[in-house]
Design a protein around this ligand. Structure first.
Ligand SMILES: Nc1ncnc2c1ncn2[C@@H]1O[C@H](COP(=O)(O)OP(=O)(O)OP(=O)(O)O)[C@@H](O)[C@H]1O
Ligand SMILES: O=P(O)(O)OC[C@H]1O[C@H](OP(=O)(O)OP(=O)(O)O)[C@H](O)[C@@H]1O
Length: 266
């Protein structure tokens, strides 16, 4: 069985790239109307520019594929593509454009994960690989973003609500128990620190938590409860070590999204 079956076809209105990879991993990429993201796993208000993009795509012959330029996923993403005989040829690490010799009409652009999503939305990229957390936060439910498949088997993590193990939270172990605490009122809401300023409020609303406010930071969110900035945090958890070291715990019903979650839309 061939590991890789690249095929790119042109439709009258726009490029419709598709390729599929099969083996133990499976990555299937297809782009119809607009943009595609593939997720490995699972941040901040963002002005996502959502403009009609079919015309922009039609102006280009090449297919632009966005890959993480740095961070946790960067090296693993290149390794994954290598496993499928797709070697990404980058002249030097400070040049953000690269080629995949096996796919002559694909142009690779290295970008920060959140910028990959923004550029898919604006039509400046056609395909991308980012974490599900990033596409869900920055995609904000935009229907033109097509999420195709999990099974990339790396970047495992979950977006999860966590509270202190101590004090008023000592006996609180579920979202339901948290929501029923009499402490949360309009005057004194549950304060949550998160980088996920789209998903955070959405999740709380969907789960009936009414008196909640959010504060945001770029990192080290686990420090917020001990610093008195927030009661709870909503952040990515992988091994759980950072929560543990900061005396925090996850609670039942507090997972917003998980690695390997499948989302597909045609
Ligand atoms: N322990 C973890 N913490 C954060 N992200 C993780 C973790 N494990 C896996 N991931 C995945 O790796 C992706 C990239 O993480 P990384 O911190 O490199 O992202 P980033 O988008 O460059 O973040 P930032 O721009 O805030 O530095 C995340 O979006 C997530 O899907
Ligand atoms: O469950 P763990 O394996 O401990 O991983 C989770 C931690 O890793 C990430 O932080 P990162 O290392 O990116 O640092 P930051 O907090 O400064 O963003 C994430 O925001 C958590 O804090």
């Amino acid at each position: 069985m061939s590991l890789l079956q690249p095929h790119f076809r042109q439709c009258p209105t726009a490029f419709t790239p598709a390729f599929s990879i099969s083996s133990n991993h499976s990555l299937y990429v297809s782009v119809s109307k607009c943009s595609f993201i593939s997720c490995c796993s699972s941040q901040s208000q963002t002005a996502v520019v959502d403009v009609p993009i079919d015309s922009k795509i039609a102006e280009r012959d090449e297919i632009r594929f966005g890959l993480p330029s740095k961070g946790r996923m960067a090296a693993d993403t290149l390794d994954l593509l290598k496993d499928f005989q797709l070697s990404v040829k980058q002249v030097n690490p400070r040049q953000y454009v690269a080629q995949i010799p096996q796919l002559s009409n694909v142009e690779v652009w290295f970008q920060r994960p959140k910028d990959i999503v923004r550029k898919l939305l604006s039509g400046d990229l056609d395909l991308g690989i980012v974490g599900l957390d990033t596409v869900t936060e920055y995609g904000q439910g935009n229907e033109d973003l097509i999420i195709v498949h999990d099974a990339l088997e790396y970047g495992d993590c979950r977006l999860s609500l966590a509270i202190p193990k101590y004090g008023i939270f000592e006996n609180i172990n579920s979202l339901q128990e948290l929501s029923r605490m009499p402490q949360w009122t309009i005057e004194k809401p549950l304060r949550v620190a998160t980088g996920f300023t789209y998903l955070g409020p959405k999740f709380m609303k969907e789960n009936g938590l009414r008196h909640v406010t959010f504060s945001t930071a770029d990192g080290t969110l686990e420090a917020a409860p001990a610093m008195g900035i927030a009661y709870a945090i909503l952040d990515l958890v992988s091994s759980g070590t950072t929560l543990k070291e900061n005396n925090l715990k996850e609670i039942e019903g507090g997972v917003v999204l998980e690695s390997q979650l499948q989302a597909e839309k045609h």
